[in-house]
Design a binder for this molecule. Structure first.
Ligand code: NFE
Length: 568
């Protein structure tokens, strides 16, 4: 038996440590630990709730914008502020752009190299690579000359012995299965994706003023301008043309590059549709209102829970059933560490009790993470693109069913194959396809409203604090790229007195709970095959398939205004 430690896990955001026990080349137990402590919510205490989103979105620069959206929604929920139709659409466009952008970057720049051996691409025949590329897609760049040029670039890096962004890989690892031509194809598209993402994210600059961290949110709407007859308006016919172009380019990329690449790569790793399932409970708050009612029934990505991998039933979700444990986290609750707390009554009292550095292993039989353990109805839940896809699929959403069934048919797999490491990867790509098609719908809606003279972006009726109740509590949610995000705010006497965030990666990467139930990462790692314990590439495949962000996942809140910063 061997204990393997990966710390830090790279090609993620934040600080994640994974410890696994390996017996006979298989993972027999796993622990996921957030090793960074951070406290953005602290600085929200005492502030005007109208400015909460500005601070909250600094929780993360990777899922930039998502915390602004969840935060502004929490405050609007607390104070009963409604937003106009155009603000709903602009928020949807910003969020879906972020989602699509994240998924593309995740696949190519954070995850693909777990499957793609960059150095093997040097052995590829560019003409055969062109044939392979043309057999899976109409993407116009797929010529032998193009692939030869990419290969020459990689060769220059390799000859210089400074691999730059391809440095530090486990090249030559026996778990790599792609032929050289598929490796060259993927490396070429890795570089293409760098260019695409840079262009596509201009949508945030148009609608949000900048990226990362768009600056146009406002309680009650959006702080931007819209006028069909005004060249100086932020949203005008010229900008609609630009948005349409950027969305169309992304759609072409998703359909002609990203999706075909995922299918081609997955085809060489069919066994990874059997590894990495994990706990098998999937949760989504749902999001992306298709109409101004904002009710859950109008969500483009529906709300619900799939429990125990049962795709025949979608259970309703009630955010009241969300709790967090600190039994195995470096915090204490005033009423004991066995307790479960709803985030609206959340308490964060940090008490590090792990080993003093330098240390070899964490005390995994005790507390071992800065992440808390979120639970729904006392059960661990996986959140993210796979959860959203499964809930939509099991709900009978026609677009999702068509796309998922078509993809499974191409791979000759049953729906149960989705409960896996590659199921997560495939679901993310399919979701990107759906997101970009929704994006063009929303840009068209915005254009249509403008053509009909509806240019309202903000409701000011709750802006004056004198119109607020003495105290109020609110919940804001968003389906961020990595899954279900919740913000809880408590307002008293016009100021924030308590603020709590549960981010998607806290759901997925959190540690065990009072009942010793593993978190989703930990459960997903069980039975992972390990070819070479010195280079546990296979562990990274499953951990990366969740798209971890530990900056979001660890946080601290001060309950009831008690100001004690115990950072260490
Ligand atoms: Ni920092 Fe995030 C997303 C949020 S965490 S990346 O998506 O919220 O999982």
């Amino acid at each position: 038996m061997a204990r393997i430690v990966i710390d830090p896990v790279t090609r993620i955001e934040g600080h994640l440590r994974i410890e696994v026990e390996v017996n006979d080349h298989k993972v027999t137990d796993a622990w996921s630990s957030g090793t960074m402590f951070r406290g953005i919510e602290l600085i929200l205490r005492g502030r005007d709730p109208r400015e909460a989103w500005i601070w909250a979105q600094r929780i993360c620069g990777v899922c930039t914008t998502v915390h602004a959206l969840a935060s502004v929604r929490a405050v609007e929920n607390a104070l009963g502020a409604e937003i106009p139709e155009n603000a709903r659409i602009v928020r949807n466009i910003i969020a879906a752009t972020q989602n699509t952008h994240d998924h593309i970057i995740h696949f190519y720049h954070l995850h693909a190299l777990d499957w793609v051996d960059v150095m093997s691409a040097l052995k590829a025949d560019p003409a055969k690579t062109a044939q392979l590329a043309q057999s899976i897609s109409d993407w116009p760049k797929s010529s032998a000359v193009y692939f030869k040029a990419v290969q020459d670039r990689v060769k220059t890096l390799a000859d210089s012995r400074q691999l730059s962004l391809f440095g530090g890989g486990d090249w030559g690892h026996p778990a790599y299965k792609l032929p050289p031509e598929a490796n060259l194809l993927a490396v070429a598209h890795y570089i293409e994706a760098l260019k695409l993402q840079r262009e596509f994210i201009r949508i945030q600059a148009v609608l949000g003023g900048k990226n990362p961290h768009p600056q146009t949110y406002l309680m009650g709407g959006m702080a931007t301008t819209m006028d069909g007859n005004e060249a100086d308006a932020v949203i005008n016919p010229e900008r609609i043309t630009l948005l349409n172009q950027l969305v169309a380019n992304a759609q072409t990329f998703v359909r002609q590059v990203y999706l075909p690449d995922v299918l081609a790569i997955a085809g060489f790793y069919p066994e990874w549709f059997q590894h990495g399932a994990g706990i098998g409970n999937y949760m989504t708050y749902g999001d992306y209102s298709g109409d101004s009612t904002k009710s859950a029934s109008g969500f483009s990505f529906p709300r619900g829970i799939v429990l125990g991998r049962d795709l025949a039933t979608v259970l309703p979700l009630d955010p009241k059933n969300v709790t967090e444990y600190v039994t195995r986290s470096w915090y204490e609750y005033p009423d004991g560490d066995q307790a479960a707390k709803h985030p609206a009554q959340g308490v964060t009292d940090p008490k590090y009790s792990g080993p003093k550095p330098p240390y070899e292993f964490l005390k995994t039989e005790e507390k071992y993470s800065w992440m808390k353990s979120p639970r729904y109805d006392n059960k661990p839940m996986e959140v993210g693109p796979l959860a959203r896809t499964l809930v939509a699929y099991a709900s009978g959403n026609p677009q999702v069913k068509l796309l998922v069934d078509g993809t499974l048919a191409k791979l000759n797999l049953p729906p149960t194959a989705l409960f896996s490491t590659l199921g997560r990867v495939a679901a993310r790509a399919l979701e990107a396809d759906i997101m970009v098609s929704r994006l063009s719908d929303w840009v068209a809606q915005l254009d249509n409203n403008m053509a009909h003279g509806d240019v309202r972006l903000h409701n000011g009726d709750k802006w004056n604090p004198n119109s607020w109740p003495k105290s109020a509590q609110g919940f804001g949610f968003h389906e961020a790229p990595r899954g279900s995000l919740g913000h809880w705010v408590e307002i008293d006497n016009k100021k924030i007195v308590n603020y709590q965030v549960i981010a998607p990666s806290t759901w997925n990467a959190g540690p065990r709970d009072v009942q010793q139930q593993r978190g989703p990462y930990e459960a997903a790692l069980l039975d992972t095959p390990i070819a070479d314990p010195e280079r546990p590439l296979e562990v990274l495949r499953t951990v990366h398939s969740f798209d971890p962000c530990l900056a979001c996942a660890v946080h601290v809140v001060q309950a009831n205004g008690a100001a004690r910063d115990k950072r260490r």
